[in-house]
Design a protein around this ligand. Structure first.
Ligand SMILES: Nc1nc2c(ncn2[C@@H]2O[C@H](COP(=O)(O)OP(=O)(O)O)[C@@H](O)[C@H]2O)c(=O)[nH]1
Ligand SMILES: [Mg+2]
Length: 255
């Protein structure tokens, strides 16, 4: 099982919806909602498809655990993705029991896809703390020094990328992505990522994506007359499936 986790507003629900909407466009991986997630996924995706609106923001208590299966169309290999949500900052909203369960479920995953919003650095202390607890959990289980894959994803990079050259550099080079993402993280979060309990790879992610038109970068979201952020279907998403597939491949090698 691969876990998707990130603070509130980091874009998890949007990413899951776009994974579903664009599932057919990936030639290699077939992404399907699990039967228990099907209805929630369909509702949220319909909102994007029919109304060009982002799925409703998640409030405390209404978060559903959405899960998907990924199937390699060539080899028929499959893996499962589960969303680990914890609304808001842990200490404020979770009981100790819920907290322990949350840490345990992250520690049990083959790897973690961590989604971070570039403009909510205030969550990063909480994220760093959680990662430390996951490590403690592994030690308690005697899991040893096997590094686990951790995909550190910066979401909504369509808001940050300044031009076609930058887009191209990010698409072409893992080092550029690492610089771009890691350079925007707080020192508090960079520290636990540098330790060797994790094998880290950085991804610049945009669920809505960007569009190149006549050599110019076009946004694929816009603000309407009510100043609501609206979606279009013009953009090519960035790194929607790649973080999950990377974890799958990396954890396979390990076993
Ligand atoms: N520009 C841009 N905005 C996004 C993107 N994904 C999400 N958002 C915005 O971020 C908000 C929060 O996303 P959501 O998926 O609800 O976050 P969650 O709390 O982690 O599930 C959305 O309502 C959108 O306004 C993206 O790829 N690009
Ligand atoms: Mg959500």
């Amino acid at each position: 099982m691969i876990a998707l986790w990130g603070p509130s507003r980091s874009g998890k629900t949007a990413l899951l919806s776009y994974l579903f909407i664009r599932a057919d466009t990936n030639p290699r991986w077939k992404v399907s909602a699990t039967p228990e997630s099907w209805e929630a996924v369909r509702n949220r995706s319909a909102r994007i498809r029919k109304r060009n609106e982002f799925p409703e923001g998640t409030t405390e208590g209404n978060e559903l655990s959405i899960s998907y299966t990924f199937e390699d169309r060539e080899t028929r290999e499959t893996f499962r993705l589960e969303t680990k949500d914890r609304a808001g900052v842990r200490s404020e909203r979770m009981s100790e029991k819920e907290d322990a369960e949350f840490i345990q479920s992250l520690a049990a995953a083959a790897g973690i896809v961590l989604l971070l919003n570039h403009d909510t650095v205030q969550y990063e202390n909480d994220v760093a703390q959680t990662l430390s607890q996951v490590k403690l959990q592994w030690q308690a289980e005697g899991a040893g020094k096997r590094p686990r894959p951790l995909a550190v994803c910066m979401s909504k990079v369509d808001e940050l990328i300044r031009g076609p050259e930058e887009l191209k550099r990010l698409r072409d080079s893992d080092e550029e992505q690492e610089r771009f993402v890691s350079g925007r993280l707080s020192a508090a979060l960079r520290a636990p990522l540098a330790e060797d309990d994790f094998t880290v790879k950085y991804f610049a992610v945009s669920s809505v994506g960007l569009e190149l038109s006549h050599g110019l970068l076009q946004k694929s979201v816009f603000y309407d007359e009510r100043l609501w952020l609206r979606t279009t279907d013009r953009g090519t998403p960035m790194n929607l499936v790649e973080p999950f597939v990377w974890i799958f491949k990396t954890s396979e090698k390990r076993t």
